[in-house]
Design a binder for this molecule. Structure first.
Ligand SMILES: O=C(O)C(=O)C[C@]1(C(=O)O)C=C[C@@H](O)C=C1
Length: 227
């Protein structure tokens, strides 16, 4: 009796599942055939509701390339901090920041990018890097850390490697710029950030500071998700 009841319940569940799938399938076919809900805004919403990352493979490559560059730049901040700790120099160097931002503002025109967007992006990278440096200093103060050995020179090695990254940043920004306004892309940047933008000192605050300018554009649905 127990066994019979069990198998009856199992069969009931199977029927319900089959009917459910059937309804979903016919529903999909009918809406597909009639072209109902075909506006990209609605499909985007449906996709977003079911999956937070619906970027195409090509779009993901662009997003990941940019996030990897952000990560690389942020991790260099530890070397900057070590050099400044050894040389008892303040974390902030306003002159260097101003020079750097003036340079990228100029470069933006060469790359056909909006100047203010580019400046905001690099400013965010500088601010995020400073958060990492400040956390390092705080830890070292608490630990009573001494001078570090084998630290690359700020002017001869570290700053040139930061500058070198800028060329790659521009190429990545040019690539991603046309799709930055898409809500799907913005969602994907946010979700890939949690996975890829990781490493020593890169906490949530640093992450969100670094990607904020990428999410600033008014979010619209992409007319065609295959851009
Ligand atoms: O070059 C430095 O001295 C750094 O500390 C790096 C950096 C940057 O991220 O580019 C960060 C903070 C300074 O105010 C200036 C520049």
């Amino acid at each position: 009796m127990g066994i019979n009841l069990h198998s009856f319940k199992k069969r009931q569940l199977l029927y319900i599942t089959i009917i459910g799938f059937g309804m979903l399938l016919t529903g999909g076919l009918i809406t597909g055939k009639l072209g109902l809900f075909s506006s990209s805004a609605i499909t985007d919403e449906i996709r977003l509701a079911s999956n937070s990352d619906v970027a195409t493979a090509d779009q993901r490559i662009k997003i990941e390339r940019l996030l990897k560059l952000i990560q690389q730049r942020l991790l260099i901040a530890h070397d900057v901090a070590r050099w400044k700790w050894n040389h008892k120099r303040p974390i902030e160097d306003r002159k260097r920041e101003q020079d750097l931002l003036a340079k990228v503002r100029q470069q933006a025109t060469t790359y056909n990018l909006e100047q203010d967007v580019v400046v905001a992006f690099f400013q965010a990278q500088i601010e995020a890097g400073k958060l990492i440096q400040k956390a390092d200093f705080q830890n070292w103060h608490q630990q009573g850390a001494k001078s570090f050995t084998n630290v690359p020179d700020l002017n001869k090695a570290i700053r040139p490697s930061l500058d070198k990254l800028n060329t790659e940043f521009f190429s990545a920004l040019v690539d991603i710029n046309p799709i930055l306004g898409c809500s799907t892309i913005q969602k994907s940047i946010e979700s890939r950030t949690q996975i890829l933008l990781q490493g020593d000192g890169i906490d949530r605050q640093v992450q969100s500071l670094a990607i904020k300018p990428l999410l600033g554009r008014k979010s619209t649905s992409c007319p065609n998700n295959s851009i």
